[in-house]
Design a protein around this ligand. Structure first.
Ligand code: NA7
Length: 531
């Protein structure tokens, strides 16, 4: 057991949340140590190095806004930034604000235990060290714990195994190899076209097809960049006022309010614009099933146009609600199935039986490959909390408290876990509001709260159970009004066997959430007990 060191705050994670939290804490004079399991900063963008990994929020909007100098100086090169470019940006931020000296890398937090007598957190690290802190701040990310399904026989498989979310840093060359990709979510949709160009043969195992809209990625136009930078604050302000936290043209009218021909024209216009902005073609795509179906059918039509073999096109065309699973943004995904070296295997009715030494079988039929790519996603939003043994009052484990689904007040605190903050925790808009912006708002709120406590000699903050229950109920009620809650997706733990169906992010819109957070703070942290 190493020497116990004490801090005002220990932050877990050095992704975009942990980095900004550290910067703010230090600026306010708090002592802080950040613990990061990776060898570098960047969080999700450190790990997800699979071929084709990109952010599908436009780069001019997917960045910090806390420093105008930073946003003026940094030059994105493409409309959608690649993973290496985003990682360079995270590195740049860490260097620019001299953050690394307070970050301990290559270290996993195994447990965080609240000592009720001392009113402090004890944070246990993998190396046997224990840190003490008044505040324990979880900057764990929403998509940070990979999901590798427990396939039968996986240990017998002799080929190479890769998970898109834990990709080898040296990269992987698939040239001349037989490759199997399992999953057809965003990570698969981004990586498949590139893997297909290298591999001798690629077999894709699809359980549920996904809708994807073309990215039409391109180099950023310097004039457009200049215009944005001339009034970056203006763009940020507009983004904050949007329910999605992102600026794109949004047509508020119902898809059913216009004649068929006009509707097709509008879809075509939004299709040409590409990306997630397609969701803005009409105002009711996520609330009205009939309206949604018009978008779904338009996109299915595009898939049928792109894929030569009609049977493959039908397999690739989702029959589900459009945008229920997170919409994917692609570059030549569907066309990839026209290649001679790519085949698609439907595992929706007959699931993968299990792995063999040389591949896997489906309904007894063998498929052979020497490299398996698991594009099977994440234990989203809660997995990174439950893999740490977090214990609050009366030794209650957070993972037990959350067995029926995560319970938080505003996604910031959970009752029974005093002085523990979460950045973009479940119950906050997080992934539905553009992550970096959601992070900055949460961090600023936490800093204001800590300063309020310091100024008023308050030692402990804790969510009230009744307020938390009300918030959890509200988050659920709002989700029930959205078509997004009608399918299986990572928003509700869909890929994880045994998880209760609970829609985890707050879908009531970013401005509504910010208003609620601001109100709570202005009312002296209403709903929280301060002592
Ligand atoms: P996703 O979107 O959760 O995709 C995971 C994929 O893996 C999805 O197609 C799953 O099918 C499939 N999957 C999971 N388990 C299995 C099993 N047991 N058998 C077959 N197929 C399986 O993760 P991504 O990494 O692609 O993307 C996550 C987010 O990152 C993305 O939405 C963006 O926001 C960025 P299913 O749909 O569950 O039938």
């Amino acid at each position: 057991m190493g020497m116990e060191q004490d801090f005002d705050a220990v932050v877990v994670g050095a992704g975009f949340a942990g980095l900004y939290m550290l910067h703010r804490l230090r600026g306010e004079g708090y002592t802080v140590r950040v613990i990061e399991m990776a060898a570098g900063v960047g969080g999700t963008w450190f790990w997800n190095r699979y071929p084709g990994a990109r952010c599908d929020i436009e780069s001019m909007q997917y960045s910090y806004q806390f420093s105008d100098d930073l946003q003026q100086d940094w030059e994105w090169t493409e409309k959608y930034a690649t993973q290496p470019e985003i990682l360079r940006y995270a590195e740049h931020v860490a260097e620019r604000f001299d953050l690394k000296r307070d970050i301990q890398f290559n270290t996993r937090v195994t447990a965080a235990v609240f000592d009720e007598t001392a009113e402090r957190w004890r944070i246990n690290l993998e190396d046997g060290t224990t840190l003490g802190a008044r505040f324990c701040i979880m900057a764990l990310g929403c998509l940070s714990t990979t999901n590798l399904p427990e396939f039968n026989g996986l240990d017998d498989y002799q080929g190479d195994k890769y998970h898109t979310g834990e990709w080898p840093h040296e990269g992987v060359d698939f040239t001349g190899r037989q490759v199997g990709v399992i999953g057809t979510g965003s990570s698969a949709i981004q990586s498949i076209p590139i893997i297909a160009e290298q591999a001798a043969h690629l077999t894709v195992f699809q359980r549920t097809p996904n809708y994807a809209v073309p990215a039409w990625n391109e180099p950023l136009d310097p004039d457009e960049v200049r215009t944005i930078k001339a009034d970056y604050a203006g763009l940020r302000k507009k983004a904050k006022a949007r329910p999605t936290g992102v600026v794109f043209p949004f047509n508020e009218f119902s898809a059913l309010s216009v004649p068929e021909a006009r509707r097709q024209e509008i879809y075509q216009e939004y299709w040409q614009r590409g990306g997630l902005a397609f969701m803005g073609a009409f105002g009711d795509l996520l609330v009205d099933e009939a309206a949604n179906e018009t978008a779904a059918e338009f996109v299915r039509g595009k898939i049928r146009e792109k894929v030569d073999d009609p049977a493959t096109a039908e397999l690739l065309a989702p029959q589900t609600v459009f945008g229920c699973k997170r919409l994917c943004v692609d570059t030549d995904y569907f066309q990839t199935y026209n290649r001679d070296n790519v085949s698609l295997v439907d595992v929706s009715e007959d699931p993968i039986d299990g792995f063999t030494a040389t591949g896997l079988t489906v309904a007894g039929k063998p498929y052979e490959f020497d490299a398996a790519v698991f594009a099977t996603g994440f234990d989203a939003m809660v997995g990174s909390f439950t893999r740490i043994d977090i214990r609050g009052r009366d030794d209650v484990a957070l993972k037990d408290k959350w067995l029926g689904g995560p319970r938080t007040l505003l996604g910031l605190c959970s009752a029974g876990f005093p002085n523990m903050f979460m950045i973009t925790g479940p119950g906050s808009p997080s992934v539905l509001a553009s992550m970096i912006q959601a992070i900055e708002q949460n961090v600023d709120w936490i800093i204001d709260c800590m300063n309020h406590m310091r100024d008023n000699d308050l030692d402990v903050i804790e969510a009230e159970v009744a307020e938390e229950d009300a918030w959890v109920e509200h988050v659920g009620e709002i989700a029930a009004g959205s078509l997004r809650s009608t399918c299986s997706s990572w928003y509700l733990g869909g890929s994880i066997p045994g998880r209760p169906r609970v829609f985890m992010p707050y879908i009531g819109g970013f401005p509504t959430y910010v208003e609620k957070c601001d109100y709570v703070a202005a009312a002296g942290y209403e709903g929280f007990r301060l002592a």
